[in-house]
Design a binder for this molecule. Sequence first.
Ligand code: GAP
Length: 443
Amino acid sequence: MKNSTPELMEKLVSLCKRRGFIFQSSEIYGGINGFWDYGPYGTAMKKAVEQLWWHEMVETRQNVEGLDSTVICHPKVWKASGHLDKFGDLMTDCRDCKARHRVDQMEDKSLCPGCGSKNLTEPREFNLMMKTYVGPVSDEDHAAYLRAETCQPIFVDFHLVRIAARQTLPFGIAQIGKAFRNEINPRNFIFRSREFTQMEMEFFCEDEEAMNWYEYWKNERIKYYREILGFGEDELKIHDHETLAHYAKAALDIEFKFPFGWGELEGVHHRGTWDLGRHQEFSGENLEYFDQEKNKKIMPTVIETSVGLDRTMLALLCHAYDEDSAETKKEGMQEDIRIVLRLPPRVAPVQAAILPLAKKLSENAEKLYKDISRFYRAEFDVTGSIGKRYRRQDEIGTPYCLTFDFDSLNDNSVTVRDRDSMKQERVSTDQLKSYLDKLVYNI
Ligand code: GAP
């Protein structure tokens, strides 16, 4: 595992661009800091990771419902959540070199970390909310904000979802969507950007049960990283928060060992009754829940799991990146080292590549591609030597290459090459689906 070397980050950024996973937004205009575009393979992988989370958190649970809210909400939502009054960092500007710094990150609060000058402005609060205007008039009465987290609309829609889905406590509401923060210092590739995707689940329960649910969700989420995404013991750690928000009883971060150090991947938070309470206060609507057993109204307590999709992508790519020298010559290649993304097959952008050995075989091989692509993300590639095609598939993390050769015409079989072991096995085409199902989904 090479995920702690700083050079890995450079190699990864370069691979992501070269192979069309991720690149700077608006690159032909010089790029825009903190914004990233996902290319063809990046998009395929991102959709797969998103679908995997949704499957594990919503589709396989009777007590979690889905939501897809708007990015722009009523501005009062952000007043109630506290984002408009306090969501940002204390910043100071250097009058000499003009650099802007976060005060909490400065070792010496009276010296510019850039040029060493003492000529700094008084620290000022810098709000991270992105602002826009709704309607034809751009004045304060028409100001609105792009959501800074996906969970607030979940609280706002709590009642509507609960009633429509006929849920009783305890139950959760999940949402995947874009969030926007005007980060002062976007950095480390897609780790901290200004536009990103969050996958959040808010679980509503009775206060007496909340700590049990906190433990439950913490364990579920760790299990997900270890057993489904395959992260190792040495790649993950839990960081329990020492200081808590006044309404919270517990909070932790699940951290991943990125090449630049440990970084937060996901937060599991006990949010108390704060959010529903604030939206009740600011909207004037009663958001309490009628507890039939207790025969009284209660304000549910919330346990949240919140993860960035882009950070999950980065963690997966760091985890997967490898260089090996295993028997590359056997496949007719000159170079000693191959780059390989050892992605879990469930999230690999291409799960099966169909490679006809010669152009003449294209027509028949394409029929196989049509069959396989009904069940798996598949790619058809006929250009270049077979060794070069294997190498290309290794670099994008394709777990299985299906080589269609002249014998395939007679025996209806293909050679399946395993990305990691590079071992090859002859498999009959009518067995291929069950063969791949076993490897990819273990079914
Ligand atoms: N609702 C709680 C919440 O938003 P957060 O710790 O601010 O909590 C949750 O964000 C997750 O969202 C983080 O663990 C991280 O994965 C992701 N995230 C936050 N800011 C991000 C940014 N600027 N770029 C990419 N991902 C970010």
